[in-house]
Design a protein around this ligand. Sequence first.
Ligand code: PLP
Length: 231
Amino acid sequence: MSARRDELAANLATVRGRIAAACTDAGRDPAEVRLVVVTKFFPAADVRLLAELGVTDVGENRHQEAEAKAAECADLGLTWHFIGGLQSNKAAAVAAYAGVVESVDRRKLVAPLARGAGERPVDVLLQVSLDPPGRAGRAGVDPAELPALAVAVAEAEPLRLRGLMAVAPLGEDPRPAFERLAAIRADFVAEHPDATWLSAGMSGDLEHAVRAGATHVRIGSAVLGSRPRLK
Ligand SMILES: *Cc1c(COP(=O)(O)O)cnc(C)c1O
């Protein structure tokens, strides 16, 4: 167990160093960038070690796994970020444990999320698609539909519209995609001045995301190691 703790501590130090260096390069304050450690596929025991090592925010992409881990780690005071594809029939349940739901990409999710949140304020990010229109398996709202979705979330108490989330298109240079994202975000923040969060950047591209203005990076494998491959 202590070997795993040492491994996680070393990986966290490396990732925090990368974030700090990227901020220096971009002329930004590292305090503006929050590290969300993506713990999908890894056990609650790792989440516990991460909390001991100062991690405050963890991300999960599958409801069942997230719900179980959040319950097992309820004593740790962590903020759980839901970052995966969200089914409308699971949305209410997700809003019961997630502090941040990052993957809201359609209006149909808004009412169940608000209902599941109950009295709890739940932070919401709208996931924007950076893929070309029409691509199969595309996750995220089309940028053209973002304004209407933003209004729907902004009006849905107790949800709090906080900003945007995006994933760089697979197998492409993330830089042009993150540049498009920065432009989309500038228009969005002009309409919603309090919704300044931008969740972008993963293990392989966090530097580009920080340059494009990310306030949250979602880091899995660079902290926890490689995940078992999905078959
Ligand atoms: C898994 C996942 C991550 C973390 O990816 P790594 O490359 O392991 O850092 C980030 N964002 C989303 C949406 C994910 O599903």
